[in-house]
Design a protein around this ligand. Sequence first.
Ligand SMILES: [Cu+2]
Length: 141
Amino acid sequence: MNRTQFSKLSIGVFALSLLALTACGRGGEEAETAVFFKNLKNGDTVTSPVKVEMGVRGMEVKPAGEIVAGTGHHHILINMGAMSSGTVIPNDETHRHFGKGQTETELELEPGDYKLTLQFANGAHESYGEALSASINITVQ
Ligand SMILES: [Cu+2]
């Protein structure tokens, strides 16, 4: 986590986040925070609608709105990789937001090969970057 990211996280924080401070101090936040597909793995063949269960470790899921350190919501990016840290995630067919704090969804996808990226972002939809993303390739029959 660099200084810019840290100051962004600090905006809107009402109390100090011991978690973030600890992670910065140890430089070990990658191991302690992560997102993951709970029910899908790389190489899976599935049928539409594709149920996706979204998991996160070391962060709290919170509906979009205000920026609070240590919290955010899930996004699924279709046929692209992680978005760099601080980038505002667009809202369109290939950038799905789960701003109500949802942790599962069903995607309607035409048959074909897809790359799905799970991307965690803060309350203002600013990406937490690659460290809080996970990508898999799946085939929809
Ligand atoms: Cu969002």
